[in-house]
Design a protein around this ligand. Structure first.
Ligand code: UDX
Ligand code: UDX
Ligand code: ADP
Length: 486
């Protein structure tokens, strides 16, 4: 395998593939980067002259795309062409939790990854370095390797046609959405796992040389391939665990009169603990945390480690509890029913500065309130109405926790009960209560007196992100409830 790569392909133009390839292209003008996707609309949006139409909302991304697109960064639907042309292929397709069959609700659905591997094996006429970028369960690299090897054997004669050789690398992504560009440019570390062979080492070198264009060598670490895969799951499990840990304490603070933000500050100054990821909230969301922990749990059960599985599963259980607690508090405060009442949601995305809504706490809180027949009015600066309806419909079909007694809502009921607005003032007009679900900065700067004047009294606010000024809102007359403030 060559150690100086000139042509890269990336399969999957989503939240990971798009920004990652844009930054590689920007930092390596000598490398041609082609991002392909089977979704033609996605590719058209990536190619749109109007950079506000990019399919992924990410601060700083339009500038990077503007610099590299058309120079050495290309977006295309020609998956086969890109595979044939390139020396290195990143697999960056989605790996959601399985919604059917064996491992339903737990295991990762690898069908998209498998399809990619099969397509690469079929189309390749020269040697390829295949890089797994999607979050994957441990030992997926082995599965990819098996597909790549067996597909190059002729089905009729059993003879190997040896048209191409493959190296498989694991290169997990650690970027967080909303800060993807800075995370990519100033990564704490880049992790590359490789197979223990001469080809594996050459491939590892080739990928390290690409990152070395902007990441210091000592921050590019190499491991055996399974350590790399497991590190990704472990990193996300640890991060999510911190949030569930502080959220568990928030419940205790509410009962005792302590303040969770004060507790977080006090423990965070212990350098062994550290201050990051201790922000108590309505619960973590995003495409990675829950999925990766459930993967880890599934893996532990598979290897007959039930105690370890139960330990990590509790992080997800606590997160479900936190979302449920928030919804229940709204219902309890509104005199035990929200039926027919107007509840305004500020924010729908799973965190600020992204238009991604996967596993957002807002979806689960909305679902619980809708079970009680609340009328929900949503305002989010970046999320489109159709996405909100799609999220609620998807949840009806794929509830993970089947012991929940929640009933199914039809699409008609959802569209009847949920309204999406273009302004926070429209969304809160005549509302009984406001719930803050995402920590968008703009929420802090609103004219809250004006919002108060438009609401029914008593005017309730449930701040699921602890971002609002408590004293100021109480002075206006709001009934304010925050997370973990006893
Ligand atoms: C602990 C707290 O660190 C200290 O802040 C508090 O005031 C008292 O309790 P101590 O029990 O003296 O202090 O020692 P500590 O260094 O925390 O270690 C506790 C145990 O954990 C030891 O058995 C140690 O070997 C073990 N440990 C610690 C590990 O197994 N792995 C580690 O990474 C760290
Ligand atoms: C995460 C990891 O951080 C990243 O390294 C990995 O590559 C992908 O998964 P992401 O899901 O994009 O990134 O966002 P992150 O910033 O980790 O936030 C996840 C969720 O936790 C959000 O819902 C966020 O609001 C919540 N969160 C985060 C808290 O509730 N409290 C915190 O202190 C931090
Ligand atoms: P992530 O957050 O992991 O980037 P996304 O869902 O945002 O996930 O992006 C994954 C992208 O991969 C989607 O745009 C999807 O259309 C694309 N994709 C999935 N399977 C294939 C495939 N076999 N060939 C090309 N693109 C694919």
């Amino acid at each position: 395998f060559p150690t100086e790569i000139k042509k890269i392909a990336c399969i999957g133009a989503g939240y990971v593939g798009g920004p990652t390839m844009a930054v590689i292209a920007q930092q390596c003008p000598h490398i041609q980067v082609t991002v392909v996707d089977i979704n033609p609309q996605r590719i058209a949006d990536w190619n749109d002259e109007d950079l506000s139409k990019l399919p992924v909302y990410e601060p700083g991304l339009p500038e990077v795309v503007a610099e590299a697109r058309g120079r050495n960064l290309f977006f295309s639907t020609d998956v086969e062409g890109a595979i044939r042309e390139s020396e290195m292929i990143f697999i960056s397709v989605n790996t959601p939790t399985k919604t059917y069959g064996v491992g339903k609700g737990m295991a990762a659905d690898l069908k998209y990854v498998e399809l990619c591997a099969r397509q690469i094996a079929e189309v390749a006429t020269s040697n390829k370095i295949v890089v797994e970028k999607s979050t994957l369960p441990v030992r997926t690299a082995q599965a990819i390797r098996t597909i790549l090897d067996s597909s190059s054997i002729n089905g009729d004669t059993g003879a190997s046609n040896k048209k191409a050789q493959f190296a498989v690398l694991s290169n997990p992504e650690f970027l967080a959405e909303g800060t993807a560009i800075t995370d990519l440019l100033h990564a704490d570390r880049v992790l590359i796992g490789s197979e223990d062979s001469e080809g594996g080492k050459q491939a590892e070198q080739a990928l390290a040389n690409i990152y070395a264009n902007w990441i210091p060598r000592e921050q590019i670490i190499t491991t055996r391939i399974w350590s790399s895969e497991l590190s990704k799951l472990t990193a996300n499990a640890f991060l999510a665990q911190r949030i569930s840990s502080i959220n568990s304490i928030s419940a205790l603070c509410e009962r005792t009169g302590a303040d969770v933000d004060e507790v977080a500050r006090a423990i965070g100054m212990d350098s062994r603990i550290g201050s990051k990821f201790l922000k108590s909230s309505v619960g973590f969301g995003g495409s990675c945390f829950q999925k990766d922990i459930l993967n880890l749990v599934y893996l532990c059960r598979h290897f007959n480690l039930p105690e370890v599985a139960d330990y990590w599963e509790q992080v997800v259980t606590l997160n479900d509890y936190q979302k449920h607690r928030f919804a229940k508090q709204i219902i309890d405060s509104l005199f035990n029913t929200v039926s027919g009442k107007k509840i305004s949601f500020l924010g729908w995305a799973f965190k600020k500065d992204t238009n991604d809504t996967r596993e957002s706490a807002a979806i689960y809180v909305a679902d619980e309130l809708l079970q009680d027949r609340a009328e929900i009015h949503v305002y989010d600066p970046k999320v489109k109405a159709e996405q909100i309806y799609a999220d609620l419909e998807y949840l009806q079909a794929n509830r993970r926790n089947t012991t929940q007694e929640n009933g199914q809502l039809s699409s008609e009921e959802i569209r009847q009960l949920v309204n999406v607005h273009q302004s926070p003032f429209d969304a809160t007009q005549n509302a009984h209560a406001i719930a803050v679900l995402t920590e968008w900065d703009e929420f802090k700067t609103y004219d809250w007196q004006k919002i108060y004047d438009g609401m029914l009294k008593p005017a309730f606010i449930f701040d699921g992100r602890n971002i609002l000024d408590r004293e100021a809102l109480k002075a206006i007359g709001f009934e304010l409830t925050s997370i973990g403030k006893g």
